[in-house]
Design a protein around this ligand. Structure first.
Ligand code: GLC
Ligand code: CA
Length: 540
């Protein structure tokens, strides 16, 4: 069991623009985020993932980058960023940034040059075609807004390729210069001291006729190149893959331990929500059974929500329909193939269900990540555009603009949640810090408990038969520790009988409460739980 910081850490995704405004212009910024680092340290966060903070026209939340080497002026200066980084590190918090490798903004200098003519040296930085029939086997991702992966550029009389919005032209990785540029950008930020990257939209770097243009061998060859540079020059840094793919395809992104250190477990996420609604844990068991073993040194990133829609790209059509019917009853809740909602409203505001889902997430074989605001159960605003409804200002207190900014409300980057159930008067950090039974204090404790349970970060998983579809049980184990985890996904009391003959005679302790539980006498062990109850049982 080799200790690696990225396997152990609890992660936190932050949208800098919406976290804390320091200069009253209505936009969150790095000095603001720096002033909130004590909060994040106190919560127990080990690593922050920053959504893109680069100069950008912000037509896709900053995933449309116009300059890879600077900070968006609204968010501060490079010096502000460096100061933030030093302050985070001083508190033992690592920082990874979002790196959008697949595409740039159409306002990026490279694309502006490329538009000047086919002889321009930057023209070949992008993917062009004289017609829009090439690569016909490629799916469209943003189906709500795009009808083709090609858009015509008048100035050159050609079509350019884009997997996302038409203002996000895909870079041409067949051009060695593009590869070099990206490696230089990687070095630029790692030299500044960041701890790694969340690499956006990684399956789509290369295109080849007759394929789906996802997950191609050429893409993996380039990832190996990046990893080689990192291992040689920045051995402590971590690479995290955003690849919304099936479990078997995800395995490819770890390579032989020579590609990504981590990848989001996209297939698990919707199945946890499904299990809860169906009161049946089979979808979770199925996906865990399908999850391949990953190379030494690699780790899954486990999540419930993020800044995007709750994606349903990798569930069956039937499951998709079920999820939309149950979790997106209003049309405005739908987005592309997913659901644009926050965790707490998805769970009907049920704090006990929320706690159980987080407890399950934290016990899964991987490292958990919290999306900013979900630790206090923030709400959503489905009347905002695209995915903005889950990117609203952080709610710090019951004061003006939820303590996010002193600007006039109409000047805020996005409006603060106004829904009476979820507005800052009801949902805010200051209040939840003061109330012992709050969701925030629960998560703070859960993070501490997880830190003490090394089997969660490093152990194997073995699913136990519970004889009850409403109850999930599994064993997480390292050479010197065993934690038996049990979860009731229904609102009603449940019990199950676990076969624990290998632990006969062992004493049991429940780790979250610290309570002693009955010893494992014979082979079988009875567990009783209230609605949404759960236990982390450690053998002694
Ligand atoms: C990733 C990001 C998403 C963005 C897309 C295009 O999927 O998570 O927010 O819109 O890439 O850059
Ligand atoms: Ca500001």
């Amino acid at each position: 069991m080799k200790k690696q910081w990225y396997k152990d850490a609890v992660y936190y995704e932050v949208n800098v623009k919406a976290f804390q405004d320091s200069n009253d212009d209505g936009i969150g910024d790095f000095p603001g985020l720096t002033s909130r680092l004590d909060y994040l340290a106190d919560l127990g966060v080990g690593c922050l993932w920053l959504m893109p903070m680069y100069p950008s026209p912000l037509k896709d939340g900053g995933y449309d980058i116009s300059d890879y080497r600077d900070i968006h002026p609204d968010l501060g200066t490079l010096d502000d960023f460096k100061k933030f980084l030093a302050e985070a590190h001083a508190r033992g918090i690592k920082v990874i940034t979002d790196l959008v490798m697949n595409h740039t903004s159409d306002t990026h200098f490279w694309f502006q040059e490329a538009l000047k003519g086919i002889d321009n040296p930057y023209h070949d930085y992008y993917v062009w075609s004289d017609n829009d029939k090439k690569y016909a086997g490629t799916r469209i991702i943003f189906i709500d807004t795009e009808t083709s992966n090609w858009t015509f550029a008048d100035s050159v009389g050609q079509y350019y390729w884009h997997r996302f919005f038409s203002h996000q032209p895909d870079l041409n990785y067949d051009n060695p210069k593009v590869q070099e540029e990206m490696l230089d950008i990687v070095r630029y930020w790692l030299d500044m001291g960041i701890d790694g990257f969340r690499v956006d939209a990684i399956p789509y770097l290369f295109e080849r006729e007759g394929t789906s243009n996802e997950n191609l061998p050429e893409t993996h060859a380039f990832i190996k190149r990046i990893r080689k540079v990192m291992d040689a020059e920045y051995p402590q840094a971590m690479l995290l893959a955003e690849a919304n793919q099936e479990p078997e395809a995800l395995l490819d992104f770890f390579g032989d331990g020579d590609e990504f250190h981590m990848a989001y477990h996209f297939p698990l996420m919707p199945r946890m929500f499904m299990a809860l609604k169906k009161k049946d844990v089979s979808p979770v068991i199925e996906v865990l059974n399908k999850t391949p073993a990953i190379p030494e040194g690699c780790q899954w990133m486990m999540f419930l929500r993020n800044h995007d829609e709750l994606t349903l790209e990798i569930v069956s059509t039937e499951e998709q329909e079920y999820m939309l019917k149950t979790y997106a009853p209003e049309n405005r809740m739908k987005s592309n193939l997913g659901i644009r909602r926050r965790l707490m409203p998805l769970l009907d505001g049920n704090q006990r269900a929320n706690q159980m889902m987080n407890a399950m997430l934290f016990a899964m074989p991987g490292a958990p990540i919290i999306y900013y605001g979900d630790e206090i159960g923030m709400g959503e605003n489905i009347h905002l555009n695209d995915r903005d409804g889950v990117r609203t200002p952080m709610q710090w207190d019951a004061g003006k603009n939820g303590g996010f900014s002193n600007a006039a409300a109409h000047n805020l980057i996005l409006p603060v949640i106004g829904d009476p159930l979820y507005c800052p008067a009801c949902v805010n950090v200051a209040h939840q810090e003061a109330v012992a039974s709050s969701l925030l204090n629960f998560l703070k404790k859960l993070i501490q408990v997880r830190k003490g349970l090394k089997a969660f970060a490093y152990g194997t998983i073995e699913i136990l038969d519970t004889g009850n579809v409403r109850v999930l049980a599994f064993v997480r184990r390292t050479a010197d520790s065993v934690v038996i985890c049990v979860f009731n996904v229904s609102a009603e009391a449940q019990w199950c009988l676990l076969s624990l003959s290998s632990y006969a005679g062992k004493k049991m302790r429940e780790c979250f409460s610290g309570a002693g539980f009955p010893s494992v006498d014979g082979g079988s062990y009875t567990v009783m739980m209230e609605g949404y109850g759960w236990y982390y049982l450690e053998t002694e």
